[in-house]
Design a protein around this ligand. Structure first.
Ligand code: ADP
Ligand code: MG
Length: 384
């Protein structure tokens, strides 16, 4: 065990959130397991925690879907969090009205002070999650892997999420402007300049994040019981920024955008840029593209990546992120489950896990607490 600073939620309250009318959960444990039948509300708790970061949470749900059916129409999530710089209280709530679609439109309060947006949450609560929806990450569309990559980068660099959103916003403006044939060329040029600046920043941040990840994947090699992966970014701008100075790449991408106005107009979207990049993952020892590995191997690769990422964040930020692991234990044999629990405990920060069966979590030792979830209620099953 390390004595490095940790991040942990000591109290969590949900109000009119999903199937919870009101929930108050307190724990001092570093490993928290939520167990119970399908549909009990386990994932809902992880989702609530994920909303204490910027963005739309681990299901990417609309705020309306989060409001309890039959409830008043809004919802709230609040937590007391231990951080390296002392305790902080985080809260977020939605009043049932505006949803800007990008994680905005909700009230965010930090230590009693209302914030302008959810961005500041990332400064306090670094979060990583793994969900069953990611089981198809390697074989699914590039957009999912790109989002995975960007979330990973944002865990090092809390500004990254805002950077990506800003790029996408300007790009949408450009796409709209292209549809209008009488569009002002100077306006188009200025949007493209903003896109180019953001694109280079995004690509550079992705490289920095991935390089840190590689270092920590390397450290885990031979030690971790999860397979190691080779990771690379496939992307036009990412490849340019490794070859030339940033200002030059900015010029180049501006030129690309200007020259492809006709094509982009015809396509109805921007065809080239950092919003088309992909994350390439190869199973290290088997030298097999992750998408062609077995389901179990893919899961083990993902867990290995997530652990490396958590160590990398710890290396960069001094504190390991809080991990939300939905239905992870069920995929692992007993030995691997044991090594996962050990690896999580060694990271130091709190991990939240779900599973149908409490037996999956035996061996958490004194770091752990098991809660039983039933029908929107949670009670502590045992304190090991
Ligand atoms: N907005 C909502 N209002 C009330 N119940 C909801 C809402 N959204 C989802 N649920 C219910 O929450 C339950 C799913 O909870 P979940 O946490 O995903 O279960 P699990 O314990 O299997 O992870 C389902 O019974 C679902 O109907
Ligand atoms: Mg679930």
């Amino acid at each position: 065990m390390t004595d490095s600073p940790t991040l942990a939620i000591s109290r969590l309250t949900l109000t009119e959130f999903r199937n919870y009318g009101g929930l108050r959960l307190e724990t001092a444990a570093r490993l928290v397991a939520l167990t119970g039948a399908n549909g009990a509300g386990k994932t809902n708790v992880l989702e609530a925690i994920s909303l204490l970061g910027p963005g739309r949470g681990l299901r990417g749900a609309s705020f309306e879907d989060l409001a309890r059916q039959g409830g008043p129409g809004g919802w709230a999530v609040a937590a007391a969090v231990e951080t390296p710089s002392g305790p902080v209280s985080l809260g977020t709530a939605w009043n049932g009205q505006s949803d800007t679609g990008d994680g905005g439109g909700r009230l965010v309060v930090i230590d009693g002070e209302a914030q302008k947006g959810p961005g500041a949450l990332g400064d306090y609560l670094r979060l990583l999650w793994l969900t069953p929806a990611q089981d198809r990450l390697f074989a699914g569309p590039a957009s999912d892997r790109r989002r995975f990559l960007d979330r990973m980068v944002a865990a090092f660099d809390p500004e990254h999420g805002a950077r990506v959103l800003a790029f996408e916003k300007v790009m949408r403006e450009r796409n709209l402007l292209l549809e209008d044939h009488r569009a002002d060329a100077a306006w188009l040029t200025s949007l493209e300049a903003r896109m180019a600046e953001a694109a280079v920043a995004i690509s550079a941040a992705r490289h920095v994040g991935l390089e840190a990840l590689r270092t920590h994947i390397g450290e885990g090699r031979g030690v971790s019981s999860f397979p190691w992966a080779e990771v690379a970014i496939e992307g036009e701008i990412e490849s340019l920024v490794t070859q030339r100075p940033a200002v030059q790449v900015e010029d180049e991408y501006r030129k690309i955008l200007r020259d492809s106005r006709g094509l982009d107009r015809a396509a109805g979207r921007t065809l080239r840029g950092p919003h088309r990049s992909d994350l390439d993952v190869v199973h290290g020892t088997k030298r097999m593209p992750a998408g062609q590995c077995s389901t179990g191997e893919q899961k083990a690769l993902l867990i290995g990546l997530m652990l490396a990422q958590a160590r990398a964040v710890k290396g960069a930020a001094g504190v390991s992120p809080i991990l939300l692991l939905d239905e992870v234990a069920a995929h692992l044999d007993r030995a691997r489950r044991g090594s996962l629990l050990e690896a999580l405990a060694a990271l130091g920060s709190q991990s939240w896990m779900t599973g149908t069966d409490a037996q999956l979590f035996e061996g958490m030792g004194h770091h752990g607490a098991i809660f039983h979830v039933e029908d929107g209620r949670v009670c502590q099953a045992m304190d090991e």
